[in-house]
Design a protein around this ligand. Structure first.
Ligand SMILES: Nc1ncnc2c1ncn2[C@@H]1O[C@H](COP(=O)(O)OP(=O)(O)O)[C@@H](O)[C@H]1O
Ligand SMILES: [Mg+2]
Length: 268
């Protein structure tokens, strides 16, 4: 297939779905994703300017690609869109959907390890949430998607913030209230890269410096706000990791010892 053929197919699809920013495309059984240079209509505070965000993402993907394989493979770049190889199922789906049951733990462990290797190379993602990490069962490959997010409103080391936000995005999921073994698998992968303890130290320091804020967050858990509760659980998770167990999560029989997890309905 030529680039011209691909770009014609992309333009046709865009014409059919002018309002869509991210579009899947299949040609001869091969899957791609198109991401267009336009606003996603949400989160305008974080993603201020759509052109800046677009070019920033393309730039980051190209930079990280030089060091690591776990970034999207760009097959076509134009002024208005980028076409990438499809990278499989996001971890949000892997955690919940049946066909991924057998590979679930492995995928989470590999995701944690990939994030640690990214950090070891001195790079960071910005917001590696579960919906922005894909796992391809056929190639056994992790891909970190969506490189346009950069949270700069907290003064935490950017690599430490990555892993904090990743664990936070896990604790936002319903399954994490009952069963943390996927989080443990991801953390096991992350901490298997020896340099990762530096990030754990940074997180611990951050939690200590902001202990009054975290205390407040803990007391706000009674309102069952999803993000707030997830921050509290993330803090408690990092508190539970000690050097006696090589910073691995404590062994659990079932998952009845969830840290400070209030029961009841949660609100997004
Ligand atoms: N290369 C890809 N492979 C697989 N899924 C993708 C790919 N690119 C995007 N997606 C899917 O599309 C969603 C939105 O893309 P993303 O780059 O995260 O844009 P947004 O800024 O809208 O979050 C992702 O969460 C994922 O489900
Ligand atoms: Mg995204």
């Amino acid at each position: 297939m030529t680039q011209l053929f691909l770009s014609n197919a992309v333009q046709q699809l865009i014409q059919q779905h002018p309002e869509k920013r991210v579009l899947p495309l299949t040609i001869d059984g091969k899957k791609y994703y198109i991401k267009r240079r336009m606003s996603n209509g949400r989160n305008r505070f974080a993603k201020t300017n759509s052109s800046t965000a677009f070019w920033c993402e393309v730039y980051k993907i190209m930079v990280v690609r030089q060091y690591a394989s776990f970034v999207p493979n760009i097959v076509l770049l134009s002024e208005d869109y980028v076409v990438m190889d499809a990278a499989g199922k996001t971890l949000q789906g892997v955690a919940k959907e049946k066909p991924w049951l057998q590979v679930r733990d492995h995928a989470f462990e590999e995701a944690g390890r990939s994030l640690a290797l990214l950090h070891k190379a001195g790079l960071h993602h910005g917001r590696p949430a579960l919906r922005d990490i894909a796992y391809d069962m056929d190639t056994d490959a992790i891909t970190l998607l969506d490189w346009e997010n950069e949270k700069t409103f907290v003064s935490m080391d950017t690599k430490a913030l990555d892993i904090f936000l990743f664990i936070h995005s896990c604790f936002r999921e319903k399954w994490a209230a009952k069963d943390r073994h996927l989080i443990d698998a991801a953390w096991k992968g992350y901490i298997s890269v020896p340099e990762s303890t530096a990030q754990l130290d940074s997180i611990r320091q951050f939690i200590h410096i902001h202990r009054h804020l975290f205390h407040l967050i803990h007391s706000l858990c009674r309102f069952h706000w999803k993000d707030v509760t997830a921050v509290d659980r993330t803090r408690a998770y990092f508190d539970s990791l000690t050097s006696e167990t090589d910073y691995l999560p404590p062994r659990r029989d079932g998952d009845t010892d969830l840290p400070a997890a209030p029961s009841g309905r949660e609100h997004a």
